[in-house]
Design a protein around this ligand. Sequence first.
Ligand code: SDX
Length: 393
Amino acid sequence: LGNVFTHDPGFTSTSACESEITFIDGDKGELLYRGYPIDQLAEKSHYLEVCFLLLYGHLPTAQELEDFEMRVTRHTMVHEQITKFFSGYRRDAHPMATMVGVVGALSAFYHDSLDINDPWQREVAAVRMIAKVPTITAMAYKYSIGQPFMYPKNSLDYASNFLYMCFAVPAEDYEVNPILARAMDRIFTLHADHEQNASTSTVRLAGSSGANPFACIAAGIACLWGPAHGGANQASLEMLREIGTVDRIPEYIARAKDKDDPFRLMGFGHRVYKNFDPRAKVMKESADEVLGLLGIENNETLKVAKELERIALEDEYFVSKKLYPNVDFYSGIILEAMGFPTSMFTPIFALSRTVGWISQWREMLADPAQKIGRPRQLYTGATRRDYIDVEDR
Ligand code: SDX
């Protein structure tokens, strides 16, 4: 078995790729990062420790963690020229559009000096991505609201630094709310990796050609943007807002079941989880905790989300289709409570998933047998036929 879309001439479809990083059992609703259950990591660990785990395969010693955090912290700034890329975008451009462009532009700053055949340089690229994507994500947000960029502060932890870069302004001091920082860090952890989902497969396929990691991550960001994938967190909250009140839920349940209606319950269903998504369970608990601590537990959107989940889980259609809330169903409620617009939900997913993408890119390139991916096709077009001159058509 190779690594990306290895295909055996004996098969008509591609076979799986091998990876040691993340395990999912869709029937049991189990998600393990390097063997550790996601609910334990969300409760006991923190995102940079999870980044170390995904990259290197073991939980770090205190010294390893300190060294890793220092390496990330000291690479959070971006080249000052990067700020110029934003000015070409309209202010109302979707932040995912600016992220695809600006992360891809990192290729122009590091690609020439990066030999991806050198394991150490691959690791340097990985740490640079983990360090710089939050800064670029915060810049995308600041640009979209016409506020000045805020530089990272090395005195802050990873999640607090991101919130600071998003919500602080030069005109006054800004204290990051520790409740929000903890919730932000947990959201990063819950989205960090997820086996061979569409965007990770995109990164692997792009990386299999030898493309530089910054361009590969930009390709992953582009794929994640789709509403069937990472774009669902934005679509899910917008759907909950459109439903508005609990009494309108039956109308939307009926639409989701109507085969002639393209409407789907956003934040519901999954290609792999045919039971519950373990991340949704933790996210729901986190939403309760954060909104309670912020004194907004009577948030109407949360009420609609919980009632929609309750009704759907009792509805024969959804039960028969094994449709449960996924990671995107509750995350938007927390992000909205933090003050983010819905347009920032998928960029935050992309920020979180960068470590998964780059860990899998590194794992693939470490395999000496890896070849360029080449998915097979089943040809269903016309059989061989001769050209017909236009006057004879
Ligand atoms: C993510 O792959 C990953 O790991 C992705 C991800 C990650 O971490 O990387 O987990 C992140 O992308 C989560 C998914 C976010 N997307 C959404 O919430 C969008 C809404 N959900 C769907 O569009 C859908 O459920 C998918 C895309 C997630 C899965 O699509 P499938 O594979 O078509 O769904 P399925 O095979 O499980 O569907 C079974 C049936 C189908 O009906 P039939 O064709 O059998 O008649 O259920 C229906 C679907 O039409 N269905 C839904 C539905 N999801 C599936 N009907 C109503 N509402 C829904 N949400």
